[in-house]
Structure formats: structure tokens, C-alpha cells
Design a protein around this ligand. Structure first.
Ligand SMILES: [Zn+2]
Length: 298
């Protein structure tokens, strides 16, 4: 069977965007370029081809195992236990403690993350960034694949406009392209996955300035798995001296730069291990315990 693949050439700019609404995408990407500290998404948008595919094709390109995400119930248990230990010791609650921990804390974070499992949480892959393309698509270079049917399913549960959701997924994948800086890609680790997905969602959220659009993006992302929702907590926690002197609102951007350096250069991942641990803890407790999580993840 011939795969239902639509190749859209974006060599002259994101011309695939008649489907998405080219004007608004370009306007948003150009606004990001002009910001004080620009997020440079325009170039990847102009050079990376985008394929729109059917769900069956997406599953061949990106097998459903890759859609596995952090197991929420077990995660809450891990952090509840941790919280219990802290309370028993009379320490402040871990997820509220913005102090700089270092090595012993990094080891504790590492141990907790070792317990975190991925599972099938009913979340299907809507978009993917492929560093080296895919034979099915005839590409060997960076490629973005979107699955409009799945994006429509995601939108249906939230009531958001389809084109806005498609833009969101597209910017998220451009975010992965922006972070694809070298050979040290620890995406297979929990801490690597949490850091990368949280940052990709933060990048996507940055692309929207209009308050009504921002609101939809927040609502859409609230229906994503935990590691994606973690983007909302990237302005905390404080983990190093450098974090303490950085204005809160600048922290996600600083962390993005640090993550890109880490992927390019490798080195000790202790900072990101702790970041992922704290982000998961925050999502697990602050969101779930406040009853913010309702409905299915989709
Ligand atoms: Zn992603």
C-alpha cells in the first residue's frame, strides 16, 4: 500500500502553510526573531520540510512505543513518599523548597528518576522531529512530520481552533530542531526526555502573544502528558547559584541555552537530573493535588 504521505516543499519558506495559515505562522516567527532575546525559529521553518501524514503512516515513522509517557500514578507515589520522608525529618516540603541543593540532592534525584516508568498513557504521537529524516519520506536530513487527524482529536477534547493546535505542534517540533545541536542527545533518559519536552513546549508557548491564543495553548497543553506540562514550571526551581541571580522569567531561556550547550558538549548532567526531578515533582503535586487534572490525556 502506498503510504499516505504529503510532501510539501518548504524551500521558499513555510509554503506548506496554506494548510496552516502561512501569514500568521510567519508573523509569529518573525515577531520571535525581533524580540529582545530572539528565539530563532524562522530559519528551521524555512529549511526543514514538513510532511503531513495519516495516523497509520505516523505509526510507521514513529512507532507507538515512542508515544509512551511518564506514568502518572506511580510518579505521584514516588514523590508522595519523598514528601513523607521530608515531613518526617521536619524538612520543608521538597517541592516548595527553592534552595540550591548539590550533590547529595543530585543523587537523591537520580534515584527517584530511576523509579519513574514510561507507559502507554493513550497519548498518540501528533508530531515528530526526525534528525536524520526517514526512508519512508525519502529524507535524510532534518524533517518534521505532523499528523492532522491526531491533532484534530486532541483539539476535540478541548474545543480549541484546529489551526492554532496545528501551529502549536509545529512550533514544538521546531523547538526540537532548535535543540538539536550535537551528538549528546540523552532523550532516552527520563531526565533528558523531561527537560527536552518541557523546553519544546515552552518554545511553542512563546510563539503566541495574543492573550486569547495563549489561553488556548495553555488549555491544550494541560491535556498533554506530564513531562510536556512541566513547561509551566520552568521558571523554578532554583538549582544553582546562577539560577539565583537570574530573573525568574529569564530562567527558561537560560535553561534552553544550557541544554543546547549540554547537548553539544556533553558533560555532567547533574543540573538537568535535578531539574527534571523537580519539574516532575511540581507537576505531580502542585497540579494533581489541586485537582487541575481532569479528563483524559489526549
Ligand atoms: Zn516533543
Amino acid at each position: 500500500m502506498k503510504p499516505s504521505v504529503t510532501l510539501v516543499d518548504s524551500s521558499q519558506g513555510p509554503v506548506f502553510l496554506p494548510y496552516l495559515g502561512a501569514g500568521r505562522v510567519l508573523a509569529r516567527l518573525r515577531a520571535l526573531e525581533k524580540a529582545d532575546r530572539p528565539l530563532k525559529l524562522l530559519k528551521p521553518a524555512q529549511t526543514i520540510p514538513v510532511f503531513l501524514v495519516a495516523p497509520t503512516t505516523m505509526d510507521r515513522i514513529c512507532p507507538p512505543e515512542r508515544g509512551k509517557c511518564v506514568e502518572e500514578r506511580a510518579l505521584r507515589e514516588i514523590y508522595r513518599r519523598n514528601l513523607g520522608e521530608d515531613q518526617a525529618l521536619g524538612k520543608p516540603l521538597d517541592f516548595l523548597r527553592d534552595v540550591a541543593p548539590w550533590d547529595p540532592e543530585a543523587e537523591a534525584a537520580r534515584r527517584r528518576l530511576e523509579e519513574v516508568q514510561l507507559h502507554d498513557c493513550g497519548f498518540e504521537v501528533m508530531g515528530v522531529y526526525l534528525k536524520a529524516g526517514h526512508p519512508l519520506l525519502g529524507t535524510k536530513d532534518p524533517t518534521i512530520v505532523l499528523c492532522p487527524e491526531r491533532i484534530e482529536d486532541w483539539v476535540r477534547g478541548v474545543g480549541a481552533p484546529v489551526d492554532l493546535a496545528t501551529h502549536t505542534v509545529y512550533y514544538h517540533e521546531l523547538g526540537h530542531a532548535l535543540m538539536d545541536t550535537g551528538p549528546h542527545g540523552p532523550y532516552g533518559t527520563i531526565w533528558g526526555r523531561v527537560t527536552e519536552e518541557a523546553l519544546a513546549n515552552w518554545i511553542a508557548a512563546q510563539a503566541f502573544r495574543d492573550p486569547a491564543e495563549k489561553d488556548w495553548v495553555t488549555k491544550l497543553m494541560a491535556h498533554q502528558p506530564l513531562e510536556y506540562r512541566a513547561y509551566r514550571h520552568l521558571e523554578g526551581p532554583l538549582l544553582s547559584d546562577w539560577d539565583f541571580i537570574t530573573p525568574r522569567e529569564e530562567l527558561p531561556r537560560v535553561r534552553l541555552a544550557m541544554w543546547r550547550d549540554h547537548k553539544a558538549l556533553g558533560g555532567d548532567p547533574a543540573y538537568f537530573v535535578q531539574l527534571a526531578d523537580r519539574l516532575l515533582e511540581r507537576v505531580a503535586h502542585l497540579e494533581v493535588d489541586r485537582g487541575k487534572l481532569t479528563g483524559k490525556i489526549g
